[in-house]
Design a binder for this molecule. Structure first.
Ligand code: XUL
Length: 625
């Protein structure tokens, strides 16, 4: 029996930071070597999940993290390697290199090194036995790409437990020592090529779920192929960060995972295969680039394992030789796996920027957001909307009311029913915005509305800053609401072609009857810094109008936790211990009392009140450049 020291699994408790031996080669101690010899010979080795553990990795920009859960989803242990702090010899800044030519990349050797450091930490704790780990999965930063040399796979298949990953892989396994990072913006030409090859942003979004983005892997690989032809020619395989880490654990180059492959601008989501025309942007020899990508990705909705863990980890750290590695996915995709989300549930991240993740059965692509195949539930997609302006814009207004940056006057104004802004609308974009795609601006207007018509009158200022408080939070929330509408509707495509269904309203690339903007999500989950601000969350909740309640979450580790749950469910499902689908399985075991805090219901009356502002926001956005 192991003593569980954790009571609250969303908190990252008992993280074992590495000692300052970061420059030393990580070694398993005598204790872990003794332990593994004993346990590998232990006859009592079974696959009973009730005494097993499940690892969820998260290879993010700044850290490699691993959480460990038991079968009840209880967090048992966590381990972190922070790149800048624990591996200073790579001289990264926040985990990456900001190169002189403007590109942003991360050293692949550092990630290999970090994995050994992390396992050394796992092998040297006393909370659980690595020999009892039955399944591993995880999440990784999306879009990055790792270039493997012709010797790469062989080096991986022949790992010697007496040596480190670094010494065995870094010198020869990679044709490029650095991986492009999602923050990179150096692929402008390649993005143009991708969009023009298939009829523009809408054409590309229709095929791949997203318009071209600098960070997306297709344009990034294209840049390497065209600007570094020698490197490309010497590259036998290209992995995303997710199947790179899975490959290190499996001991061979694992295929891509399908949900994460949707972040490449290469994958045809409807036909569930790479798009040959898009691949040709990179390499006229489509079969060759397909081979480099290791053929078809593993289907997102298959629960099966990639393989057992490589013997390297069994011999070096005492992992169970039967431990199964399941496909890793992207970090945003893993985040939705950290909760028992169902169709039409929405996760609102109120951070520096605002990000919306929504589970949907509607494939309604738009150049303004991203659609990915859902990583665990067949027939569903994950929609992701990323705004640039979030807390910074709200803080600007806050500071107009409070010299000492207090939220109190802001929150008081936000909930003050005597501040009547029913005929006002504003947009507050101190940074240029992604959704809608416009330059930095602040605009205010008063409006009058007849049944089918809207009359907008621009104003310099409202009568009081308190009105800006209400208008900024409401318009941010309303923007989220109208942009998730097409993903909540069963018939938006049909509705957009049917002019007899009342007057229409345009947002971005969509023109729908007003009724299409009157769809409500099921549940809303709020995360991120501003989710701790009750007034802001309650206002968002009323505007967005979830029909089954609004919840607040503390999610410092949601990506890694999603990886743990994916490993646990995949193991249970593929080994026949459960027949439940991922969401039902998670729902059955999820501790709502501990892990989610109910905030409020969305009142129908207040939700309807915001219906009146939809046209006004559309009209105001139409004036922006
Ligand atoms: C998503 C994206 C980032 C990275 C962060 O498209 O680029 O969220 O996945 O790790």
């Amino acid at each position: 029996m192991y003593l569980y020291t954790f009571s609250y699994k969303w908190q990252s408790i008992n993280i074992l930071y590495l000692s300052d031996s970061s420059t030393q080669t990580p070694q398993p101690t005598n204790r872990s070597l003794d332990k593994m010899t004993k346990e590998n010979n232990d006859d009592n080795k079974d696959n009973d999940p009730s005494s097993g553990y499940f690892l969820g990795f998260d290879l993010s920009t700044q850290q490699l993290k691993c959480l460990v859960v038991d079968q009840q989803l209880q967090l048992v242990h966590s381990e972190v390697v922070d790149f800048d702090r624990d591996l200073p010899e790579y001289h990264t800044h926040k985990g990456v290199y900001f190169n002189d030519d403007g590109s942003i990349e991360a050293p692949v050797a550092m990630w290999c090194d970090a994995l050994d450091h992390l396992f050394a930490g796992l092998a040297n704790q006393n909370v659980f036995s690595l020999n009892r780990v039955l399944g591993i999965s995880g999440s990784c930063q999306q879009h990055g790409s790792v270039y493997w040399s012709k010797d790469g796979e062989e080096a991986l298949r022949n790992l010697d437990a007496q040596q480190t990953l670094l010494t065995q892989l870094a010198p020869k396994a990679f044709s490029r020592s650095v991986a492009p990072n999602w923050q990179d913006h150096s692929t402008g030409n390649e993005c143009k090529l991708f969009e023009s090859s298939c009829g523009g942003p809408q054409g590309l979004a229709a095929i791949t779920g997203s318009r071209a983005h600098y960070r997306f892997t297709g344009p990034q690989i294209c840049k390497v192929a065209h600007r570094e032809p020698e490197v490309y020619a010497n590259t036998a395989n290209i992995t995303l960060v997710s199947n790179f880490l899975a490959s290190l654990l499996c001991g061979y180059i694992a295929p891509l995972e399908e949900a994460d492959a949707c972040g490449m601008n290469l994958y045809d989501i409807v036909n569930r295969d790479y798009d040959a025309g898009l691949l040709q942007n990179i390499d006229p020899d489509v079969e060759s680039i397909k081979r480099k990508l290791k053929g078809s990705p593993t289907p997102a909705d298959s629960a099966g394992p990639l393989s057992c863990v490589s013997s390297y980890y069994v011999r070096r750290y005492g992992l169970n030789p039967q431990c199964q590695v399941f496909p890793f996915t992207g970090d945003n995709l893993a985040t939705i796996c950290s909760l028992p989300l169902k169709k039409n549930d929405v996760l609102v991240s109120l951070g520096t920027s605002t990000t919306i993740l929504i589970v949907t059965d509607q494939y309604h692509p738009s150049p303004n957001y991203h659609l990915f195949i859902h990583p665990t539930i067949p027939g569903l997609y994950m929609g992701m909307i990323c705004y640039c302006n979030g807390s910074l814009a709200r803080e600007n207004v806050r500071d107009l009311l409070s010299a000492d940056h207090s939220w109190d006057p802001f929150n008081k104004a936000l909930l003050d029913s005597s501040v009547d802004n029913h005929d006002e609308i504003g947009v507050y974009f101190p940074l240029s915005e992604i959704v809608p795609s416009v330059r930095s601006c602040t605009k205010r207007a008063k409006f009058t509305k007849s049944e089918n018509d809207i009359n907008l009158e621009p104003v310099e200022q409202f009568s009081d800053i308190k009105h800006d408080v209400k208008n900024i939070v409401e318009s941010q929330a309303l923007s989220c609401r109208v942009r998730i509408s097409p993903l909540l509707s069963d018939n938006c495509a049909a509705a957009s072609n049917n002019s007899s269904t009342g007057y229409t309203v345009k947002f971005d690339y969509d023109t729908f009857p007003i009724s299409e903007y009157h769809k409500r999500p099921r549940r809303a989950f709020f995360v991120g810094g501003a989710s701790r601000n009750d007034a802001i969350v309650r206002t968002f909740a009323q505007v967005i109008g979830a029909t089954e309640g609004n919840y607040k979450l503390e999610t410092p580790n949601s990506c890694a936790l999603g990886g743990c749950y994916k490993a646990l469910w995949s193991y249970m499902y593929s080994s026949g211990f459960t027949k439940l689908s991922f969401d039902l399985f998670l729902n059955e075991h999820f501790d709502w009392q501990h892990d989610a805090e109910f905030i409020c219901d969305s009142e129908t009356e207040s939700w309807e009140y915001y219906n009146t502002k939809i046209q006004a926001l559309s009209a105001l956005e139409a004036t922006l450049e």
